[in-house]
Design a protein. Structure first.
Length: 430
C-alpha cells in the first residue's frame, strides 16, 4: 500500500511592522495617508487568509512583527484576532522577536492562542509534525533580548534533531546590508554548517534567496511603507516533502505598492499633449501592477519647450497628475519631480537673458568655492536649530550636509529662473 504524501507546508514572513507610523511627509492626501496607515494590517489579514486557503501547517514570523515598544493594545487586539483565526483553522504560529519588537510587552503580557509559540533568547526545538514516513519536523528560533544584537545569535541554537527536518528562525543582517545596520551578524556559510534544512530569516526588507543547499531565505517585507520600500511585496510559501525536498512559492500580499517611475516628455511642446502622455503611461503602469493600489513617485525627464513652465507651475502640474491618477483608480501620486531641460542650442540660450543668467548660475556661481563655503555655513546654522534626531536623519555627516545643501540650491535657483522666464513671456503653451 502506498502511503499518502504528507508534506510540511508553512508560510514564511517577517518585518510586518504592524501599525508603523507614517514615514513620508509627501503623503499629504488624507485618503492616501489612511490607505498607507492601514496597509500593514491589511497585509497580515491577507497572510492569514492565504494560510487558511492553502491549509498550511504553520505561519513563521521571523521578527519585527511590531514597530517598537510603544505598540498600543489596539494593535495587540488586532493581532490576537488574526492569530485566533489561525488557531481555529488548526494552524500553528511561530514568532521570534527582532530589533524593533524585542521590548514589546504585547507578546509577553497578552494571552495568545495556545497554538502560538513565541521563542525566547535561547532556542529549543519545537516538534510541529510527523510526516508519513515517520520523519519529524522541528522549528528552532531565537529572539532578540534587546534592540541591539552586535554579536551573532547562532551559538544560542541547539544542534539539529537527528533524523528530523529542522527549520531555524533568525532575525539577522547576515554579513551586512547597505540599507541596514548590523544585527545578529553571521555568514551564509555559518548557517549552512549548522545543519538545518531551512533558515527562515528576517530583518532585510528586500526578498532574497541566499542559498539553496540548504535554503536560506530572506522573504522581504509583506507590505512596503514608503517609497524607499518600493516594489511588489509578499511572503514565501514553503513545502518540504517526506524526503526533505524543499520548494518555494512567492505570493504577493501587499495592498499597496510604491514605485518610482520616469516619464520622458522629450519634444512635447503643448501642455495638453504632455498630460495625455502622462495619462497613457499611468494607465499602462496600473494595468501591469498586481497590488490593489499603486503609489507613484514620478519624475518627468527629457528636453522640452515646456521645461520652464513645468518647473514654474509645479503645483498645477502635480494637481493635474493627481487628478489623472484619481480618474484611473487604484493609482496615487506620492510626489512629482522635475528633471527636464529646455530645448535649444547654446547660442539660442545665450541670446535669451534668462538663459544667459541660467548658464551663469550653473557654470560660475554654483561650482565656485566661495559660494559653496557660504552655502555650507548657512546649512550648518539651520541644521543646529533642529532636534538632534532630525539632524541625523537629514545629514548624518558633513559630506551629506553639503550634498543636501547643494541640491537645495540647485532646485531653488531653477525655481527662481523658471519664474523669471515666465515673466519674460516664455515657458511653453499656456
Amino acid at each position: 500500500m502506498v502511503r499518502p504524501a504528507m508534506p510540511f507546508r508553512f508560510v514564511h514572513t517577517a518585518d510586518l511592522h504592524l501599525d508603523s507610523p507614517l514615514r513620508s511627509l509627501a503623503l499629504r492626501n488624507a485618503e492616501l495617508a489612511g490607505l498607507v496607515r492601514s496597509a500593514t494590517r491589511n497585509a497580515l489579514v491577507r497572510i492569514v487568509d492565504l494560510c487558511i486557503a492553502e491549509s498550511v501547517d504553520a505561519l513563521l514570523i521571523a521578527g519585527d512583527l511590531y514597530d517598537g515598544s510603544q505598540t498600543s493594545m489596539n494593535t495587540a487586539l488586532f493581532l490576537a484576532g488574526e492569530l485566533r483565526r489561525l488557531d481555529e483553522a488548526g494552524i500553528r504560529t511561530f514568532i521570534i522577536r527582532g530589533n524593533h519588537d524585542s521590548q514589546s510587552q504585547v507578546t509577553r503580557e497578552l494571552t495568545l492562542p495556545p497554538s502560538v509559540h513565541v521563542f525566547a533568547g535561547r532556542s529549543r526545538a519545537v516538534h510541529v509534525k510527523t510526516l508519513a514516513n515517520g520523519r519529524t519536523v522541528h522549528v528552532h528560533g531565537v529572539s532578540f533580548a534587546d534592540p541591539h544584537a552586535p554579536e551573532s545569535l547562532l551559538p544560542q541554537f541547539h544542534p539539529p534533531v537527528a533524523g528530523g527536518i529542522n527549520i531555524g528562525m533568525l532575525h539577522t543582517s547576515l554579513s551586512g546590508s547597505a540599507a541596514h545596520d548590523p544585527y545578529a551578524p553571521c555568514s551564509v556559510a555559518e548557517l549552512q554548517r549548522h545543519g538545518f534544512d531551512y533558515w527562515a530569516l528576517g530583518h532585510v526588507h528586500q526578498r532574497q534567496v541566499h542559498c539553496e543547499k540548504p535554503f536560506i531565505v530572506m522573504p522581504g517585507m509583506p507590505q512596503g511603507r514608503d517609497i524607499n520600500e518600493a516594489g511588489t511585496k509578499g511572503v514565501t510559501v514553503v513545502t518540504i516533502d517526506d524526503e526533505g525536498l524543499v520548494t518555494l512559492d512567492e505570493r504577493p500580499t501587499g495592498t499597496a505598492a510604491f514605485e518610482r517611475h520616469e516619464i520622458d516628455v522629450s519634444g512635447i511642446a503643448d501642455w495638453r499633449d504632455m498630460l495625455d502622455a502622462v495619462t497613457s503611461e499611468l494607465i499602462l503602469l496600473r494595468k501591469n501592477m498586481a497590488a490593489d493600489n499603486l503609489i507613484l513617485r514620478l519624475t518627468l525627464t527629457g528636453a522640452t519647450p515646456l521645461a520652464w513652465r513645468l518647473r514654474r507651475d509645479a503645483d498645477l502640474l502635480e494637481a493635474e497628475i493627481v487628478n489623472i491618477a484619481a480618474g484611473i483608480g487604484g493609482c496615487w501620486i506620492e510626489n512629482t519631480e522635475m528633471s527636464c531641460q529646455a530645448t535649444g542650442n547654446a547660442e539660442q540660450n545665450a541670446a535669451d537673458p534668462v538663459g544667459e543668467l541660467a548658464a551663469l548660475v550653473e557654470n560660475d556661481v554654483l561650482p565656485s568655492f566661495g559660494f559653496r563655503a557660504e552655502l555650507s555655513g548657512v546649512a550648518k546654522e539651520l541644521l543646529q536649530q533642529l532636534p538632534p534626531e532630525l539632524r541625523q536623519v537629514l545629514a548624518g555627516d558633513e559630506e551629506a550636509l553639503e550634498r543636501l545643501a547643494l541640491e537645495a540650491a540647485l532646485a531653488g535657483s531653477a525655481d527662481v529662473l523658471a519664474h523669471l522666464h515666465g515673466r519674460a513671456g516664455a515657458g511653453g503653451t499656456d
